[in-house]
Write a protein that binds this ligand. Structure first.
Ligand SMILES: [Ca+2]
Ligand SMILES: [Ca+2]
Length: 176
């Protein structure tokens, strides 16, 4: 008599190894005008990825097709250098806050424009016109009718003498 042989398929054998591909995606930022390059050593926060702020460029290993929330902060004050940076665009053309989908290895760069702190009308000159703008919002807080977020140069929620001092320190400068 021949014994019948029954084959059982093991659940383990049904697991596909390597079914999900991960790709390296680097999120970084740069000075659009190349005044400063990549800002890698300034310790300033330019980007937020999936709810976390980063002060240096980051490389993530992300699954194909996964989605991630990218935010580039619209305004960054750099006190030590006397600059402010305004968000210009992302290299993937997304809005300042947008959802990014992984399609392969990639580098996504947030581009910024650089201005002297105190250049409140962004004409690459710190002069009397900027001082007039600041004076028009002097004493204002975010709930004030004359609030001007750009005149709050140091980004502390009030337009006061400290902002005026910053503007004065760059008065007469052109560029960068
Ligand atoms: Ca100006
Ligand atoms: Ca301020």
């Amino acid at each position: 008599m021949v014994a019948s042989i029954i084959l059982y398929s093991s659940p383990m054998m049904l697991t596909r190894v390597g079914a999900v591909s991960n790709y390296n995606v680097t999120i970084t930022w740069t000075d659009y005008t190349q005044t400063h390059g990549s800002f890698t050593t300034t310790g300033l926060v330019f980007i937020n990825v999936d709810g976390t702020n980063y002060t240096t460029p980051q490389t993530f290993s992300w699954p194909l097709g996964s989605t991630h929330n990218l935010t580039a902060y619209s305004y960054v004050y750099d006190g030590p250098h006397g600059y402010v940076y305004l968000f210009a665009n992302w290299s993937d053309s997304g809005a300042a806050m947008h959802v990014y989908t992984v399609v392969g290895p990639d580098t996504v760069t947030a581009n910024y424009n650089t201005y002297w702190a105190g250049d409140l009308n962004f004409d690459h000159s710190v002069d009397i016109y900027d001082a007039v703008i600041l004076a028009g919002s002097f004493g204002a807080t975010p709930t004030s009718i004359n609030w001007n977020a750009y005149a709050d140069i140091n980004h502390d929620g009030v337009i006061d003498i400290f902002d005026a001092i910053i503007l004065a320190s760059n008065f007469g400068k052109t560029g960068p």
